[in-house]
Design a protein around this ligand. Sequence first.
Ligand SMILES: Cc1cc2nc3c(=O)[nH]c(=O)nc-3n(C[C@H](O)[C@H](O)[C@H](O)COP(=O)(O)OP(=O)(O)OC[C@H]3O[C@@H](n4cnc5c(N)ncnc54)[C@H](O)[C@@H]3O)c2cc1C
Length: 400
Amino acid sequence: MVDFGFSEEEEVFRETLRELLSEVLAPRAREIDNKCRIPDEVIKALAENGILLLTVKPEYGGQGASWVMGTIATEELARADPSVATAVFHLVEASWGKIVERYAKPELAKEILSKAARGEGFVGINSTEPQSGSDVAGFKTLAKKEDGYWVLNGEKTFISGIVEAKELDGGYVTLVKTKPEAGSRGMSIVWLPINSPGIETGLFEDMGRCGISTGWMRLNNVKIPEDYVIGEVNEGFGIAMEGFNRARVFVAAGCTGSAMGMFDYTREYVKNRVVFNRSLASFEGIQFPLVDYYSKLEATRLVIYKAAWMIDQFDQGNVTLKEAGQWAAMAKLLAPELSVDAIKEFMKATGAYGYTKDTPLEMALRGVMSYYVGAEGGQNIMRLIVGRFLFGKEHLPYKK
Ligand SMILES: Cc1cc2nc3c(=O)[nH]c(=O)nc-3n(C[C@H](O)[C@H](O)[C@H](O)COP(=O)(O)OP(=O)(O)OC[C@H]3O[C@@H](n4cnc5c(N)ncnc54)[C@H](O)[C@@H]3O)c2cc1C
């Protein structure tokens, strides 16, 4: 049976959240972008209302919410803060927190996740290195076991939430090599508290989503306890792929959430703007492109919610991660590119005004661009994933 409707619980959740965010987040969106910081009161309000780490089980501090619910939350956060900074803060934690819940030792998971769910911690992802972004398995950071500890050496870069993690004394789901000669079969995942001795950090000045920092870290003989390993040693690749697939669904929802918010903004503007004695909206040259982008955004939202539903099916054991991942990749492929194009069109419709910081449009454009250029996987990588599914391993556009 095909059913495109949300359940009553999901509808009520969206409505209640939209109302909450219109009070606590939307009025502060410009401030978040200007000051490059999500105010503590916003984080507190999200925590008190059970939004942070909502996908994690209640015994770990979350709500045990489905991926569809998490997707609704991401969309609504990006509508209220179209720079997507607050949505990113939520989605990184909800996606990689789920990995901590599923694969870390229960005591460790409880400690990390319950703190983060209260808004008093941070869970990030630490994968990219200077020489390996898209080529996930090509990274070099080493973890060696010594006297009951893992000792880490290497460098990670373009990592979201460095400032937030340090201030909240949080940490990162970190990809390390434990058997470098074995390639992707020699990868493990560990929990790395950001304030561990031996970590040097620095920041980038990003063009958008300024409310959440991005930076790098150098690891010089950083020691973490042996039981901070997440999952089995040398089996980190599959777990990392699961995390990326989970995150990509939310990323896509962040992009369309921001773009849909900007559609609403633009629709009101063109209805009220009078040129040549008529509303701007009444000109075909303005109305039709807006209709086209609205329709494409709605079509993409269907793919995103199918992808979220597929992740829920994966969690229930009904589909494989590969099957769910194909939908996650399609959602991540479609949403950032469409959202960038849509917001550019919305800017055009608002004329010179749209080019100013008096509108949220430029902030939204700068924000969704982060996913267009590659955060949580570049666009061509999404094409490779879907292409591999459609054409099979024997027609890969690269050599294995
Ligand atoms: C704002 C922001 C936040 C980020 N946050 C995090 C984070 O929290 N944690 C983290 O680990 N990483 C993070 N990243 C890094 C992100 O995951 C990488 O940018 C991404 O994986 C792409 O890697 P790269 O930038 O090194 O690009 P490259 O791998 O150098 O790729 C460059 C371009 O080439 C394309 N390309 C690569 N390989 C192929 C191929 N085989 N065929 C065709 N095209 C190809 C890519 O799609 C991309 O467009 C963040 C990035 C940004 C922009």
